[in-house]
Design a protein around this ligand. Structure first.
Ligand code: GRF
Length: 202
């Protein structure tokens, strides 16, 4: 399956996906990395791995529709089967999602439906959570609310700061996302009727 990964920053999840897809038996191949920030550090890391990169600086476009149209035109050339949002800090429109319905994944650093949105680690600590986690889900129009594909949890320690918890979680994200992508690329999980359906092993 052809995969395009979307990033806005460091791209550590993109790298984890790239490393997993480099395995000879991988059902997924990353054909490009796209960013809404020309300076995203992840772009250089993707280039270093020989992965084509495309930057679409939001300020170069009059509006959201024009920005998305440029990205969609690039995707039409790339013909991806699956889009993976990985630290992509922009909401995509219903029209865009509709073009790739059921084929867009996102990783969010909380155990959804808890703590959708930003500052998830501090909010988990402030709420006195004893576990925190990350979620890979299908992207739907609402933010961080699509059908859940996979989740993983880590302990929240009494000495945790948001930074410490984020670092602990990031290592787990780097295992969870490749697993979730593999399940979708192999057709073991699909989105149907607004739910993530796990198929029995064929
Ligand atoms: C990660 O916590 C991820 O869950 C969130 O963005 C953060 C940075 O991701 N989506 P990355 O290092 O850019 O992949």
């Amino acid at each position: 399956k052809r995969v395009v990964v979307f990033i806005s920053g460091g791209g550590s999840n993109m790298l984890a996906l790239a490393d997993a897809c480099a395995a000879p038996d991988s059902p997924a191949e990353i054909v490009a990395v796209i960013s809404d920030k020309a300076e995203a550090a992840g772009l250089a890391k993707a280039k270093a791995r020989g992965i084509p990169t495309f930057a679409f600086e939001r300020k170069n476009y009059d509006g959201k529709a024009e920005h998305e149209a440029a990205i969609l035109a690039a995707l039409d050339e790339l013909q991806p089967d699956i889009l993976c949002l990985a630290g992509y800090m922009r909401l995509i429109s219903g029209a865009f999602i509709g073009r790739y319905d059921g084929r867009i994944l996102n990783i969010h650093p909380s155990l959804l439906p808890l703590f959708a949105g930003l500052h998830t680690h501090q909010r988990a600590i402030d709420a006195g959570m004893k576990i925190a986690g990350c979620t890979v889900h299908f992207v739907t129009e609402g933010m961080d609310e699509g059908p859940i594909i996979a989740q993983a949890a880590v302990p929240v320690l009494g000495t945790d700061t948001a930074e410490k918890l984020a670092a602990r979680l990031l290592g787990v994200e780097h295992k969870l996302y490749p697993l979730a992508l593999k399940l979708v690329a192999e057709g073991m999980v699909r989105m149907e009727g607004g739910r993530a359906i796990l198929s029995p092993v064929a």
